[in-house]
Design a protein around this ligand. Structure first.
Ligand code: BG6
Length: 494
């Protein structure tokens, strides 16, 4: 890689002893270093309450990398770029000390005053941190400063606005990088390319030829040790408000006039503005919530959500959500976008299925019911690729048809898994490319849509549990499509 393109930067991680730093950030920074995307002109400062030393921190970084990546290299050269600083986010002196440390490191690593502040911690202090960084002059003067914020960005529209106002007192919208890690996934980024680089899809990508679009993100895992966060969030806030709506926006947006951040965002924002708002009387027709009871996954007994922790015994939190989203614009009038996501489902899989309308007349199947529509499946994970379902002649005598699948699998072609989402997002932030981060307008419009559903649900107690662990969610999620004459296409490999 051309050395001139290697960003020079100091990365300050708040919450450096936490899970995200360990599982995602350190391995991603390592991959960027290993493949030459960053050179030697960088340093990472880890902040958290624990009184670790640089050595303890470096050992942790080392372990997290060797656990998640295969590496024969001696990691010492890499981990020598890491520094630890015990930190209390509410204490002014902590910021003053940090300021001196950053100035010193800038001298050593020649990072031109460029700083990324990465908030990889619980959101309660995001506003405080942003403001104190500003007050104590840590945003630097010679280079650029960027603030990376993990989700959740608020709990509803009102709290998101409040948080945004606090942050905006200290940072401009251009300096704020709100993470939605789905936007870093290779196949989510591929949606635009598949759509806008292929005439055979783009010409058909509208309500004349598409009958419905299904976006499923299923997980086999439960809430693990995150029940405190999750029980206040639920599947709708945790997945639908951000990841699912972002995928819908990418599937539905108009072609941007160019690939700049502003143009792409502006097309996504238009989609979010066109979402049919769900009022109180519509919620039951458009959305379904669920919570898992006990069941089996891969032959193993799985506890119900309410049995996972003592304080969940009476929980009314949804661990599953499915919904019908209508986009009331010229291209999509009448085409439902169905989304569904949940914990403790059959397996881990994220897929988009685009179902095309039937041809007008059935010539090749015994009955109309046997006909198979054309499907374009975008496999986001665990497999990455696309499958196109067509109809072709059954071999032999006669002229009956059968469905066939044309498969493209990214891994088979490239031989390796594509880069981690976080690796791409971090690099995007280093080079100032905010395309795959969410703009405030997107966050606000998504909350507005989701709030109207949650307002109804919060006031009404659900009859939970209503789906078995290891199933694909409650019966009502299937009925949601059946009443429109559709059904969910399978998402796990049969
Ligand atoms: C996170 C949610 O945003 O996404 C988690 O908070 C969820 O609850 C995760 O498990 C799913 O991400 P991925 O990349 O594993 O599909």
């Amino acid at each position: 890689m051309d050395k001139k393109q290697q960003p020079k930067v100091l990365i300050v991680i708040f919450g450096a002893t936490g899970d995200l730093a360990k599982r995602k950030l350190f391995p991603s920074i390592y991959r960027l270093y290993q493949n030459g995307a960053i050179g030697e002109d960088f340093a990472v400062v880890g902040l958290a309450r624990r009184s670790w030393t640089n050595d303890v921190f470096r050992d942790n970084v080392n372990n997290s990398i060797s656990h998640s990546l295969s590496t024969d290299d001696n990691l010492d050269a890499f981990t020598s770029h890491f520094y630890y600083h015990p930190f209390d986010v509410t204490d002014d002196a902590s910021y003053q000390d940090l300021g001196s440390l950053l100035n010193d490191l800038e001298g050593v690593y020649e990072t031109d005053g460029n700083r990324i502040f990465y908030l990889a911690m619980a959101p309660n202090f995001f506003g405080t941190i942003a403001n104190k960084l500003n007050t104590f002059g840590l945003k630097g003067s010679t280079g650029w400063s960027r603030l990376v914020i993990e989700k959740p960005f608020g709990h509803d529209l009102a709290s998101a606005k409040e948080l945004n106002n606090q942050i905006r007192e200290a940072f401009d919208e251009k300096q704020i990088y709100r993470i939605d890690h789905y936007l870093g996934k290779e196949m989510v980024q591929n949606i635009e390319v598949i759509r806008f680089a292929n005439g055979i899809f783009e010409h058909l990508w509208n309500n004349r030829f598409i009958s419905n679009i299904q976006v499923t993100s299923s997980e086999a895992i439960g809430v693990e040790d995150r029940s405190r966060y999750y029980d206040h969030s639920g599947a709708t806030r945790d997945m639908a408000q951000n990841h699912m709506l972002q995928m819908v926006a990418l599937l539905a947006m108009e072609p941007p006039i160019n690939l700049s951040t502003e143009e792409i965002r502006s097309e996504k924002i238009k989609v979010l503005r066109a979402l049919r708002q769900i009022d109180d009387t519509m919620v039951d027709d458009y959305f379904v919530r669920g919570q898992y009871g006990h069941g089996k996954i891969n032959g193993k007994y799985i506890k119900g959500y309410r049995e996972e922790a003592e304080d969940l015994v009476d929980s009314n939190t949804e661990t599953f959500v499915a919904g019908k989203i209508m986009i009331d614009n010229y291209r999509w009038a009448g085409v439902p976008f169905y989304i569904r996501t949940g914990k403790r489902l059959e397996g881990k899989s994220t897929k988009i299925v685009v179902e095309f309308k039937d041809i007008p007349m059935n010539l090749f199947y015994e009955t109309n019911e046997e006909r198979q529509p054309n499907l374009l499946t975008i496999n986001i994970q665990p497999n990455e690729g696309i499958t196109l379902r067509l109809n072709a002649k059954k071999s032999g005598v006669g002229s009956m048809a059968k469905p066939i699948d044309l498969d493209y699998n990214n891994e088979n072609v490239h031989g390796i898994n594509t880069p981690e989402a976080y690796e791409k997002l971090l690099y995007g932030c280093m080079i100032g490319d905010a395309t795959n981060f969410t703009h405030w307008d997107e966050v606000a419009l998504s909350w507005k849509f989701i709030d109207s559903i949650l307002n109804v649900w919060t006031d009404q107690k659900a009859t939970f549990p209503n789906y078995e662990a290891g199933s694909m969610g409650p019966k009502a999620a299937h009925e949601l499509l059946e009443k429109d004459g559709f059904h969910w296409w399978p998402t796990t490999e049969d």
